[in-house]
Design a protein around this ligand. Structure first.
Ligand code: PXG
Ligand code: PLP
Length: 435
C-alpha cells in the first residue's frame, strides 16, 4: 500500500519539502538507523539528543516487554505502583547531594511547566505569594508549551503565539563568538553576562521574582557553553536575593557532558532540575523534575488528607516508562557510559576542531560528547547552507542536526573512536562540497 503522507502534520518540520522527498527510518540498532531504502545511517545526534545508550538496547527493550505484560497502566493520582518509587529513588541517588525528590512528567516541555509552577507555588506556600516573575534567557530553549516559550528566547518559537505569560524577563545569552570562537571546552569570556541579573532584579524588585531558569549548556540554539564562572555567578546572585535557580538539564542530563548532570559537572547546585530525554533513552516518553527537600517540604503542611500540589499528568510515572527508566539507568551504570563519554572527550574535541579551516566554518564548540560547527550563512538565505549539509549527510549515511546555520552533534555515548573518525570524515567531505 502506498504510504499516504498527507494526514500527519509533522512537528518542527518543513512539511512540504519533506513530503516531496521523504526521509524515513524503519529500524535501528546500536549506533545506526536503517532507512526505508535499506541504507545504514550513523546516528550523530542520539535521535533528538535522547538515545544516549544507543538503539534497541536489549535490556531496555526486554524491560518494556515484561512490564507491558505485567502491569500496563495504573492510575497516577492517589494510587501507586512500585517501579515509579524505585525510579524516583534511583534518580535522587544519582543527582547531586541535596536533591531529594522527583516529580514525573512525560516530556521536557512538561517538566519545564512543572518546575515553573512548583517555583511559584513554593514561594506562595512560604508566604511570599508576590514572587511570581520568571526570568529566562535569550536563545534559551525550554520546550514548546506556553510557560516554556515565555521564558525561552528563540524568537521563531514565540512570535506568532500571542502574548504568552506576563511577568517574564530575559537575561542576555552568553554567545560571544568575537571573543570565544574556536574555544575548546568552556569559553574564557562572558561570566559578566550573569551580572545582567542584578539589573533585572533592580528593575523589578527581588521580592517579585520567583525563579531564574537556564540551560547550563544551551543545546537547541547551537551548543552555547557557559563561560567559566558564569553559572557560579548566577547561583550567587539568585541565592543572595532568595530567587530559585532552575537548571534545564533535558539535554545535559544523563551523561552528555561525561557526568550524571551538568550541575555536578560544573559544581553548581540549582534548586530544581528539569530532565527528560535520556531518562528513558528516549524510548518511552518520560520526564522528571528533581527538587530539594526544602522545596518539597514547604508543601507538606496542612491536613494529611488534602492534596498538597494541584498538578500532575495522566501518565506521570507510567509503569512502562518507569520500567524503561530503571533499565536505562542500569545500562548507563553497567556499561560505564558516562565514563565512556568523559574518556572520549579529548578525542572528540580534537576530531571536531580538525574541521577548522574548511569552507564556511566560522566557529567550532565542544564539551563532553557534544559539539557544534557554525557555518557562515548564505547572504540573504539564512539556514539554507546548514540544511543542505543535513540533506547531504543523510544521503551519505550520517545523521546530523541543524539549527539556523549551526550543525549540532551529540552521538550515543556508546560511540567508539573509529565511529568518531567516520562521523567527522563524512562531515568534512560534505563541508568541502557545500556552495
Ligand atoms: N528543555 C530543553 C533544554 C530541551 O533541549 C526541552 C526542554 C523540551 O523537551 P521535549 O521533550 O518537550 O521536546 C528540550 C528539547 C534540537 C531539539 O535538535 C532539541 C529538543 C527537542 C527536539 C529537538 O535542537 N530539546
Ligand atoms: N483534556 C481533558 C479533556 C482531560 O480529561 C485530560 C485529563 O484527564 C487532559 C486534557 C489532560 O491530559 P493529561 O493528563 O494526559 O495531560
Amino acid at each position: 500500500m502506498q504510504n499516504d503522507l498527507r494526514a500527519f502534520w509533522m512537528p518542527f518540520t518543513a512539511n512540504r519539502q519533506f513530503k516531496a522527498s521523504p526521509r524515513m527510518f524503519v529500524a535501528a540498532d546500536g549506533m545506526h538507523y536503517t532507512t526505508a531504502d535499506g541504507r545504514q545511517v550513523l546516528d550523530g545526534t542520539s535521535g533528538l539528543w535522547c538515545c544516549n545508550a544507543g538503539h534497541n538496547q536489549p535490556k531496555i527493550v526486554e524491560a518494556i516487554r515484561q512490564q507491558a505484560g505485567e502491569l500496563d497502566y495504573a492510575p497516577a493520582f492517589q494510587i501507586g505502583h512500585p517501579k515509579a518509587f524505585q525510579l524516583a529513588t534511583r534518580l535522587v541517588d544519582m543527582a547531586p547531594d541535596g536533591i531529594e525528590h522527583a516529580f514525573f512528567t512525560n516530556s521536557g516541555s512538561e517538566s519545564v511547566e512543572t518546575a515553573l509552577k512548583i517555583a511559584i507555588a513554593y514561594h506562595r506556600a512560604r508566604g511570599e505569594g508576590q514572587r511570581t516573575r520568571l526570568i529566562g534567557r535569550e536563545r534559551g530553549y525550554h520546550g514548546v508549551n506556553f510557560g516554556g516559550i515565555s521564558v525561552g528566547g528563540i524568537v521563531s518559537n514565540r512570535k506568532v503565539f500571542g502574548s504568552l505569560l506576563t511577568g517574564v524577563d530575559h537575561l542576555p545569552d552568553t554567545h560571544l563568538p568575537e571573543l570565544n570562537a574556536f574555544t575548546k571546552g568552556q569559553p574564557e569570556h562572558g561570566a559578566e553576562r550573569a551580572d545582567a541579573l542584578e539589573k533585572i532584579i533592580a528593575l523589578h524588585g527581588a521580592e517579585t521574582i520567583a525563579a531564574v531558569i537556564v540551560e547550563p549548556m544551551a543545546g537547541s540554539t547551537g551548543v552555547l557553553l557557559p563561560p567559566k564562572g558564569y553559572l557560579q555567578r548566577l547561583r550567587e546572585i539568585t541565592k543572595k536575593h532568595g530567587i530559585l535557580l532552575i537548571f534545564d538539564e533535558v539535554i545535559t542530563g544523563f551523561g552528555r557532558l561525561g557526568s550524571s548532570f551538568a550541575a555536578e559537572h560544573f559544581g553548581v547546585m540549582p534548586d530544581l532540575m528539569v530532565t527528560a530525554k535520556g531518562l528513558t533513552n528516549g524510548v518511552i516518553p518520560m520526564g522528571a523534575v528533581l527538587t530539594t527537600a526544602e522545596i518539597h517540604d514547604a508543601f507538606m503542611t496542612g491536613p494529611q488528607n488534602l492534596i498538597e500540589l494541584f498538578h500532575g499528568y495522566t501518565y506521570s510515572g507510567n509503569p512502562i516508562a518507569s520500567a524503561a527508566g530503571l533499565a536505562t539507568l542500569e545500562v548507563y551504570k553497567e556499561q560505564g557510559l558516562f565514563e565512556n563519554a568523559a574518556a572520549l572527550e579529548s578525542y572528540w574535541q580534537e576530531a571536531i576542531h580538525a574541521l577548522r579551516g574548511l569552507p564556511h566554518v566560522v566557529d567550532i564548540r565542544n564539551m563532553g560528547l557534544i559539539g557544534a560547527i557554525e557555518l557562515e550563512p548564505i547572504a540573504g538565505a539564512p539556514t539554507k547552507r546548514a540544511f543542505q549539509a543535513f540533506l547531504d549527510a543523510f544521503e551519505a549515511g550520517l545523521l546530523i542536526r541543524t539549527t539556523g546555520d549551526i550543525i549540532a552533534l551529540s552521538p550515543p555515548l556508546i560511540i567508539n573512536k573509529a565511529q568518531i573518525d567516520e562521523l567527522f570524515g563524512t562531515l568534512s567531505q560534505i563541508l568541502k562540497g557545500l556552495d
